[in-house]
Design a protein. Structure first.
Length: 156
């Protein structure tokens, strides 16, 4: 039986609702992510979290690369040793949780890639730079992991 590279989270189910704790409405911290069946040949992992439903086009909430492929999880509000976070569409480095306008729910994709090398990108790199490096070094992409979030009203 072939086992596919996958990602999951104990914080919410695939296609489920992302708890407010992981959004701009509360703590705005990354949820725990668990990796399953990482390819043995992987030298590093990379993550892109984005929202394709943003009004101005796809909005990048988190980019991380050079994740040690021997780890099986990224803990809540934690960055593994040696991993690098890049720039988001918020104009800052690090995790920026879901923060859609009130109304329609948005989808948030956690895309995880197994790569054949460590990447030589600075923390100032944007998603386009990371995607270029992923394209050139990908071994396998994990099955998509999706969370949804809807704001009822803006909290001040």
């Amino acid at each position: 039986m072939i086992q596919h590279f996958t990602v999951s989270s104990p914080a919410f189910e695939n296609h489920g609702l992302i708890p407010a704790r992981y959004t701009c409405d509360e703590a705005d911290i990354n949820p725990e992510l668990r990796f399953h069946h990482i390819p043995e040949s992987a030298k590093s992992l990379a993550i892109i979290m984005d929202d394709p439903d943003a009004s101005g086009g796809t909005f990048t909430h988190w980019t991380v690369w050079n994740i040690d492929p021997t780890i099986t999880a990224i803990k809540t509000n934690h960055l593994p040793k040696g991993a690098i976070e890049g720039m988001t569409s918020f104009g800052k480095k690090g995790y920026g949780g879901p923060c859609p306008p009130p109304g329609k729910p948005h989808r948030y994709y956690f895309k995880v890639y197994a790569l054949g090398k460590m990447l030589d990108l600075p923390p100032s790199a944007h998603v386009e730079d990371l995607e270029h490096e992923i394209h050139n070094n990908i071994i396998e992409k994990a099955d998509l992991f999706l969370g949804k979030y809807k704001r009822e009203s803006v909290v001040y």
